[in-house]
Design a protein around this ligand. Structure first.
Ligand code: PMV
Length: 321
């Protein structure tokens, strides 16, 4: 049996603006997805046949690794909420790619896994996907995705993708976040699914009708750069304040929901900052805090589901048994 694990992610700054070329900053979280492979007579996922419609990422990866004729049984065990902005499909793609590569004696380098898993995500999302989730899940730690990193982070690799709008390119970098006094992140799931494609299209429509809204995205881009400076110097209060302002902009773009607002308002007294994270319209909020238990309790008492995670979590890996 071969197994691999890949973490989920939380976007600190830059969701939606990254679609328009601005930078985004994300961190790996302490929950993720494990994929295990064992020999079988036919390709199965959790005892059901591998179905391209139900498992587009897995089907694409099996074909990409030329393994169609070497059937296996795939077992998936996930600690992430699906469709909640925690990067569950990216973590699945990264863990599956690492396990398939280990099984077939191919490269299990995390950069290679990030590149292949990004292509699988793009395939499953009809040609459009930023590499934010797959890069963060693969590399772990704090990841910056940008058109132009220009010294804001250490460049690790470059991703490119042929999209319906033409070839897109991104620089992927990492920021070392190893300080003594690091606050925690608490994620609060609103209980409603978040549909990334729908929310991205909604923002596209909004800015085509109202050019002023485009300025909100530009401002999120500027906030992301400010947040990055604060992160790199461990200025956690400034990181939190930047998250708050970022949330105001996401809210004015119509991406928050009444439940997300309730959770965010409830945790503010115990947090350095709080915002929705991911595409919005449901899914998760996040808080940065020195009092994670209290924030988690507050989220649960307000009707959400909480996950506490350190700011610095490892990336994907093959699990040796
Ligand atoms: O899939 P989510 O909820 O983590 O959101 C992804 C972030 C977006 O900027 C909204 C989309 C993207 O491709 O970057």
């Amino acid at each position: 049996m071969v197994s691999a694990y890949a973490p989920g992610k939380a976007i600190l700054f830059g969701e939606h603006a990254v679609v328009y070329g601005h930078p985004a900053v994300a961190v790996a979280i302490s929950k993720g997805v494990q994929v295990s492979l064992s020999g079988s007579d036919s390709w199965t996922v959790g005892n059901r046949p591998l179905c391209p419609n139900r498992h587009p990422h897995l089907n694409w990866l099996v074909e990409r690794n030329n393994l169609t004729d070497r059937p296996m049984s795939i077992k998936i065990s996930s600690e992430l909420f699906p469709a909640a902005g925690q990067g569950s499909s990216a973590a699945l793609s990264v863990a599956a790619q690492l396990a398939l590569a280990e099984f077939s004696g191919l490269s299990t380098d995390t950069v290679d896994a990030a590149i292949t898993a990004h292509q699988a995500e793009a395939y499953a999302q009809f040609g459009r996907a930023s590499p934010t989730d797959t890069a963060t899940s693969s590399l772990g730690g704090c990841v910056v995705v940008s058109n132009n990193l220009s010294g804001t982070a250490d460049t690790i690799f470059r991703a490119s993708l042929e999209t319906p709008e033409g070839v897109m390119e991104w620089d992927i970098g990492t920021v070392d976040l190893t300080y003594d006094d690091m606050p925690h992140i608490v994620l609060g799931h609103s209980g409603a699914p978040s549909q990334t494609g729908k929310m991205v299209s909604m923002v596209a429509e909004l800015i085509s009708e109202n050019q002023e809204k485009k300025q909100d995205l530009d401002f999120i881009g500027e906030l992301t750069l400010m947040g990055l400076v604060a992160l790199r110097s461990g200025a956690w209060e400034a990181v939190g304040m930047t998250m708050d302002v970022c949330h105001e902009k996401l809210r004015s773009l119509g991406l928050s929901t009444p439940v997300l607002e309730t959770l965010i308002e409830a945790v503010r007294p115990h947090s350095l900052g709080a915002k929705l994270t991911g595409s919005g319209g449901g899914g998760c909020m996040m808080a940065l805090t020195y009092n994670p238990e209290r924030v988690a309790q507050t989220i649960e008492l307000s009707g959400g589901r909480a996950i506490i995670t350190p700011m610095h979590c490892d990336g994907a890996r093959v699990l040796k048994s």
